[in-house]
Write a protein that binds this ligand. Structure first.
Ligand code: FES
Ligand code: FES
Length: 156
């Protein structure tokens, strides 16, 4: 039977070698290019997407193990760019070159789902695996904290 994968709410057939990393399936096969290639070895976080809501590194995840899973990429986080993290990123003028930022936001989104009221230390720990060669770390941390405050207001 054909294996299907669900990406940003759309079903796609897995019509490639099942060992192909999800990152290449997204970028080369489907031309969904918001997810970036950094190290290709699971070390930098540039390729972070969600698999059933959990932050996952697309460069080291074979597409074949993702049949019937729900993948969310930066393109699918919010149709309108109105996710509290996206708004906080703009307000804090976070990106420099921008290359790492889709992965940063996807990692932060998954983290805030699991921990909506994080301490500064918890934000530090959660984000430390995502590398930014431009060094935007202080603005990233501030934006994650601001987004958490915003989400807390939305649920109260
Ligand atoms: S490109 Fe996947 S972790 Fe660096
Ligand atoms: S903004 Fe340039 S790598 Fe992070």
């Amino acid at each position: 039977m054909e294996k299907m994968i669900i990406i940003n709410g759309e079903k796609y057939q897995i019509d490639v070698d099942s060992n192909m990393p999800l990152l290449w399936f997204l970028r080369d096969r489907l031309e969904i290019t918001g997810t970036k290639f950094g190290c290709g070895a699971g070390l930098c976080g540039a390729c972070t997407v969600h698999v059933d809501g959990v932050a996952t590194r697309a460069c080291i995840t074979p597409v074949g193990v993702l049949a019937d899973k729900k993948i969310t990429t930066i393109e699918g986080l919010s149709e309108t760019g109105e996710h509290p993290l996206q708004k906080a990123w703009v307000e804090n003028n976070v990106p420099q070159c921008g290359y790492c930022q889709a992965g940063q936001i996807m990692n932060a989104a998954s983290f805030l789902q699991q921990n909506p009221t994080p301490s500064a230390e918890e934000i530090d720990t959660a984000m430390q695996g995502n590398i930014c060669r431009c060094g935007t770390y202080q603005r990233i941390k501030k934006a994650v904290a601001d987004a958490a405050d915003e989400l807390a207001k939305e649920v109260s």
